[in-house]
Design a binder for this molecule. Structure first.
Ligand code: ATP
Ligand code: MG
Length: 411
C-alpha cells in the first residue's frame, strides 16, 4: 500500500507526529532484578524532574522492559532527557501498532518524507516479543514500502545498507512499534541518587567541576565546598566556583542543594606565620581535606572529590599528594588523576563549565603560592608543619565549618 504525497503531508501534520521518546539505559540493566527495579524507578523520577525543570509538556513517563517511554510531542523533550545521568541515548519516535501493515505504511509515509531525491537509505529493524514475522521480514517490507512511496512522490530511491545517507530505525515490541531516524547521546552512568552523597572541593578552575561531574555520572549527589582564601584569594574565584556549582547542580534538578563557602583566610594567615614558604600549598591542601572531612561528617556524606590530575601542577605530584594526606583517614576520590589537560577541557566544554572557569580579571587567583613550591615533599612534611602551629587545629576546623556560608539552591 502506498500513500500519495498529499496524503503524506496530511499524515505528517496530523496522525504522524512524533509522540514518544524512547529512552535507553546501559549499565544499570546489568544489575540483579531487585537493584535494577530500584534504579529504574529512580531514573524514571529523575527524568520527570528534568522534564519539569526544563518546562517540557508530557503526559506520562512509563517503564517497559529495558526502556523508558515518555509520551510527549514537545520538541525540547529529547534534549532535556539527554541530560539525565543513567540515560545512554534517547530517540524521538513515531509510533503505531505492531501489525505489519501499520508499520509499513507509517514507515512509507515518514520515511519517504524524510529522504531526499537521490539520497540512499537503509531500514534497520529490531524486534522483541512474539510475532509471526522476523526483524528481517519487517526491514525488507518497510524498505519496499519506502521505495514505492519515494517513486510515487517523484523521487529516485536508492538503498545502501552499508553506508546510507539516511537510516530508518524500526523497533517492534509486543504490541507497539516505534520508528525514528536518530538518537541523542545521554551521559550514561547511573541515575543521581543511586550512590551516596559526596563533598566536592570545588575551586574556580577548570578541573574540579569536571571531577564533580564525572562522579555525578556514577550516581553521586554532590555537595560543593569552596574555600575562600579571602585576602590571599581573588573574588573572581568565588564567583566562578559558585557559578560552576550551579551549572553542575542543574544536571540534577528537583532537589534542594547546598553550596558551602568556607572562609579560609584566617587559617592561611596562621599557617603562613610558621610554615616554610615552599610547604604552603601542602598545608593549604591538607587543611581543605580535613575541613571537607568535617563537612562530610556533618552532611552524612561518604566521600571527598578533588580535581587533582597527576603532575598537572606542583601540588599534584604523587609525593605531595601523599604528604598532604599523611596520617589522615579520609575517603578521597580523584577522578581526573589519569586524564590529560585536553581531555579535561573537552569534558568541561561539553558540560558547560569551561567558559566560566577561564574567566580572569588579570589578577593572580592565589597570592599565597610561593615562587618555588615543593614538588617532592617528604612523607611527613605537611604533618610536621602542622605540628609547628600553636593552636587547636581541630577546633579551628570545626569553627570554619560552623561559620561557613551555606548557599541553598533549588531548580
Ligand atoms: P582546579 O583547576 O580545579 O582549580 P588546580 O589545577 O588549580 O585545580 P590545585 O590548586 O592544586 O589545582 O587544586 C587541586 C584540587 O584541590 C582542585 O581541583 C580542587 O578540587 C581543590 N581545590 C583547590 N583550591 C580550592 C578552593 N579554593 N576551594 C575548594 N577546592 C579547591
Ligand atoms: Mg588543575
Amino acid at each position: 500500500m502506498s500513500v500519495s504525497s498529499a496524503d503524506t503531508e496530511a499524515f505528517l501534520s496530523h496522525d504522524y507526529k512524533k509522540t514518544i521518546l524512547i529512552v535507553r539505559y546501559g549499565e544499570l540493566s546489568l544489575k540483579s532484578k531487585g537493584v535494577r527495579d530500584r534504579y529504574e524507578q529512580i531514573l524514571k523520577n529523575n527524568i520527570q524532574q528534568m522534564l519539569d525543570y526544563c518546562g517540557v509538556q508530557y503526559s506520562q513517563v512509563q517503564r517497559d522492559f529495558g526502556r523508558i517511554f515518555v509520551h510527549t510531542e514537545d520538541i525540547g523533550a529529547a534534549a532535556a532527557v539527554s541530560r539525565v545521568f543513567g540515560v545512554v541515548s534517547v530517540s524521538s519516535a513515531y509510533t503505531c501498532s505492531s501489525v505489519p501493515e501499520d508499520i509499513t505504511s507509517l514507515c512509507a509515509a515518514v520515511g519517504a518524507a524524510d529522504i531526499g531525491s537521490g539520497e540512499t537509505f537503509a531500514v534497520r529493524a529490531r524486534r522483541s516479543g512474539n510475532h509471526s514475522f522476523t526483524s528481517n521480514d519487517i526491514a525488507k517490507e518497510c524498505g519496499d514500502a519506502i521505495w514505492n512511496q519515494l517513486t510515487e512522490n517523484g523521487k529516485t530511491p536508492a538503498v545502501d545498507l552499508k553506508n546510507p545517507d539516511k537510516e530508518i530505525f524500526v523497533e517492534v515490541r509486543q504490541k507497539q512499534s516505534y520508528i525514528y531516524f536518530d538518537a541523542l547521546k545521554g551521559p550514561g552512568g547511573f541515575p543521581t541518587g543511586t550512590q551516596s552523597k559526596m563533598v566536592v572541593l570545588l575551586s574556580g578552575g577548570i578541573d574540579s567541576p569536571v571531577a564533580a561531574w564525572l562522579m555525578m555520572k556514577r550516581g553521586v549527589e554532590i555537595i560543593p565546598v569552596f574555600f575562600d582564601n579571602e585576602e590571599y584569594g581573588n573574588p573572581i574565584s568565588t564567583e566562578k566556583a559558585i557559578e560552576n556549582a550551579k551549572v553542575l547542580l542543574r544536571w540534577m534538578p528537583g532537589r534542594k542543594h547546598k553550596i558551602y563557602r568556607i572562609n579560609h583566610g584566617k587559617y592561611m594567615e596562621k599557617m603562613m606565620a610558621t610554615a616554610h614558604p615552599k610547604n604552603i600549598c601542602l598545608l593549604c591542601k591538607r587543611s581543605m581535606f580535613k575541613t571537607a572531612g568535617a563537612v562530610m561528617k556533618k552532611e552524612g556524606a561518604s566521600g571527598i572529590i578533588t580535581g587533582s590530575s597527576l603532575g598537572q601542577v606542583a601540588s599534584q605530584t604523587a609525593e605531595n599528594m601523599l604528604s598532604e594526606t599523611y596520617g589522615l583517614s579520609l575517603p578521597l576520590y580523584h577522578p581526573l588523576i589519569a586524564l590529560d589537560k585536553q581531555e579535561i577541557i573537552d569534558i568541561a566544554q561539553k558540560i558547560g563549565t569551561f567558559d566560566i572557569s577561564i574567566r580572569s580579571n588579570g589578577e593572580k587567583e592565589c597570592l599565597a603560592v610561593p615562587d618555588k613550591p615543593e614538588v617532592k615533599a617528604l612523607l611527613t612534611a605537611a604533618a610536621d608543619e602542622e605540628n609547628k602551629m600553636d593552636f587547636d587545629l581541630d577546633a579551628f576546623i570545626q569553627k570554619m565549618v560552623e561559620d561557613a556560608e551555606i548557599i541553598e539552591v533549588k531548580f
